[in-house]
Design a protein around this ligand. Structure first.
Ligand code: IVH
Length: 697
């Protein structure tokens, strides 16, 4: 080309450069806004990078043109790393659900049982709306709002302070007299009317509408540019506390009142209930007024009113024992079954998925529903082409309820469940006692391998920003990532590649750099997350944590699992002694750790990762941190469940039977064989009172 900027006479060139430069600035700023502000890039990263390079080249050749508006002079103009992460001082967990009066009764019985209360003891319960928005934690220090975070995975969220400051009913400064540290938790939401207006505006601007107020609130809050959040009408209801330096109420109801006094809005209608009858009356009345509320709710939340009870009840896994959500009944609809696809999961389970004629249920378009397994298809006798009833409850995957019988086509044939894996063609078998068919392809089954990788990077596992299910699939297809360890060699292999990631369609320098950086951030990983990431059958987040707490590091775990292959040996006893690990889970674990290809995978991962040895939750100088405790006999001052929960909270490990490794046996009244064994083995035996003295309660 002869007509470039660089082979003309000097003044022509300068003029042409000036005009191109101005255009480029405008264009780049526009794309910055689309990318960071709207989450809606119009051009590929590669094209964007080309514009930036052109701009830089002009600035290099014609420094006199450099304008203060240039994106190159703005330090923060490429904030593509997204939001800063914030560790929650107190975890932000979720709530268990009930869907019926019976389940509610079960909850109330559980609470009483845990606390050792009789039916006559009063347990007051607060009841309030369950707002369908986005949970958020606000931290005030000396009354000043200094931090705001999303829930994230419950332990770490994103810093959204700038955005939260634009929400009109969130105070930036609290009145005198509030605790020095005060974390207020609640829900950011959009009102119904504002949601409709926002969607009209989206349509006018030829932008996709939001599916519901919740999505609109989330989309508005998670804007890197807070000025966009400021334009969206968001509100906040406070409903719980996080970290607080000082206790200022004995009850949940008292917290509500204080929050109101300090300038927060509380969701209403609410009620303080004395019993199940009051609770159901509240539930009935809120179901009636639900359509008239100006915010969306998907149920109600009940909380034990007394905070000392809440404290004693504590948490199980990811939800408090002292609160529960009562969800509104699922919504149902009739549609046509267009087909049944079989999905292959990471452990080879074949799950039938109903492909539906799309239909709106409760404001959301549904085109897939689960059919669970072969038995379920047979039980319902669903056939392709049938009219079927589907049900959608909250966020769970919709399910098929049944067939509308009189609409069946005469030639509809019963569905035959495949006997081979649809992906790798290996035989599918159903083991005795199992409901699911499983692909026997193991390592040769691509579907399983990809699903394992997806699990490996999922939120509770490695949680790598920018490496979600879609990218995993693409990289798998292109041979870039075939095993978990490949993720951590991606960057070094990319350096020598003829077709580097930055040159892929939809990618560019910046996004490739971001990906490598977020992978780097996860090279150090906590041991419990690592175990969970391996995707071993039956090993969920909670069991992974227990394994990490028991064995501490990978080397010890590997050796112990190898030794546990001998069912008569001590290592096996130790393993099934861990709470929630029975023979079936133990088999899956030992099975995993005795397969050569898994050991190879562990070696590879050990080489590329820094796996951090498990650290017991910080519990000050708890005398039982890391100690193994067995409770036996009848306790009189607390229930067995409460005692166990407390020991675990203090960093102890609770075991079901006594061995040489037991540190304490706490013997209540009428203790029998376990006490005897403890005495034989010389394990310390404590009375209930001695135990309480030891833990200082
Ligand atoms: S209490 C430790 N109260 O529902 C429990 N949660 O499905 C603290 N939510 O994560 C939560 N309205 O985001 C509570 N009145 C309310 C709520 C509420 C909505 C959300 C919250 C929670 C989720 C669980």
């Amino acid at each position: 080309m002869s007509d470039t900027l660089f082979d003309m006479n000097a003044s022509d060139a300068l003029e042409k450069a000036r005009s191109r430069y101005k255009k480029l600035i405008k264009e780049i700023l526009h794309h910055d806004a689309q990318y960071h502000g709207e989450d809606n890039p119009e051009i590929s990263d590669a094209d964007y990078d080309a514009l930036r390079k052109e701009l830089e080249k002009i600035e290099e050749s014609f420094p006199a043109l450099i304008s203060k508006d240039s994106p190159s002079t703005k330090v923060g103009s490429v904030p593509s790393k997204g939001f800063k992460k914030i560790k929650h001082a107190v975890a932000m967990l979720s709530l268990g659900n009930v869907f019926s009066e019976e389940e509610l009764d079960d909850f109330l019985v559980r609470v009483r049982k845990f606390l050792g209360l009789s039916d006559d003891d009063l347990v007051e319960i607060t009841a309030e709306p369950k707002i369908d928005g986005l949970s958020c934690s606000l931290r005030y220090e000396k009354g000043v709002l200094i931090q705001a975070a999303t829930r994230g995975d419950g332990y770490e969220g994103e810093d959204i302070l700038a955005n939260v400051k634009t929400i009109v009913d969130i105070p930036h400064q609290l009145p005198k007299g509030v605790p020095d540290v005060l974390e207020v938790r609640g829900e950011v939401y959009m009102r119904r009317g504002d949601f409709i207006k926002l969607n009209e505006k989206q349509e006018e601007n030829a932008k996709a509408p939001f599916a519901n107020p919740r999505n609109a609130a989330a989309g508005s809050l998670r804007q890197l540019d807070a000025s966009i959040t400021a334009e969206r009408p968001l509100y906040f209801f406070g409903y719980a506390l996080g970290d607080v330096s000082e206790i200022f109420s004995d009850t949940q109801w008292g917290i509500r009142e204080k929050l109101k006094e300090w300038g927060f809005t509380e969701a209403n209608p609410s009620a303080l209930c004395q019993n199940a009858k009051d609770i159901m009356a509240y539930y009935g009345s809120i179901s009636e007024v639900r359509p008239d509320l100006n915010f969306e709710i998907d149920g109600v939340v009940y909380k034990v009113n007394r905070l000392d009870y809440q404290e004693r009840l504590g948490f199980v896994s990811r939800a408090p024992r002292w609160a529960i959500a009562h969800k509104f009944p699922a919504e149902e609809a009739v549609t046509i079954l267009n087909g049944i696809d079989i999905q292959v999961g990471r452990t080879g389970v074949l799950t039938p998925v109903a492909r539906l004629e799309p239909i709106t249920v409760g404001g959301v378009v549904v085109s897939n529903a689960t059919l669970h397994n072969a038995d379920e298809i047979e039980r319902l006798d669903v056939r392709i082409g049938d009219h079927i009833t589907i049900k959608r409850a909250g966020d769970v995957i919709p399910k098929v309820l049944g067939v509308v019988e009189n609409k069946r086509q005469a030639d509809a044939k019963p569905y035959e469940f495949p006997q081979v894996c649809p992906v790798c063609n290996s035989k599918a078998i159903r083991e005795e006692g199992e409901v699911a068919y499983r692909c026997t392809g193991g390592l040769i089954c691509e579907a399983q391998a990809v699903e394992r990788l997806k699990h490996f990077v999922s939120r509770l596992a490695f949680d790598i920003d920018g490496l979600g299910a879609k990218i995993i699939e693409q990289f798998w297809q292109d041979g870039l990532i075939k095993t978990p360890a490949d993720i951590f060699t991606l960057q070094s292999r990319d350096k020598d590649s003829l077709t580097p990631i930055r040159a892929r369609e939809g990618w560019g320098d910046q996004s490739a750099r971001n990906l490598f950086e977020s992978i780097e951030q996860k090279r150090m990983i906590e041991f419990n997350r690592f175990i969970y990431a391996l995707g071993i059958r039956q090993i969920g987040e909670a069991t992974a944590k227990k394994l990490a707490a028991t064995y501490g590091d990978l080397k010890t775990l590997r050796a112990a699992m190898k030794a546990a292959d001998d069912h008569e040996g001590e290592a096996y006893q130790d393993l099934i002694n861990i709470e929630d690990i029975g023979p079936s889970v133990a088999d899956d674990l030992v099975g995993f750790f005795t397969e050569d290809h898994n050991l190879e995978l562990l070696d590879q991962l050990d080489e590329v990762l820094g796996i951090q040895a498990y650290e017991a939750p910080s519990v000050g100088d708890s005398p039982v941190a890391g100690k193994t405790v067995v409770f036996t006999g009848t306790l009189t001052q607390m229930t067995r469940s409460e005692a166990k929960a407390k020991a675990e909270m203090l960093g102890g490990k609770v075991a079901g039977s006594v061995s040489k490794k037991t540190d304490y046996v706490v013997a209540g009244e009428d203790a029998g064989s376990k006490l005897k064994k403890a005495t034989e083995l010389g394990v310390s035996v404590l009375s209930e009172q001695e135990w309480l003295d030891l833990i200082g309660s």
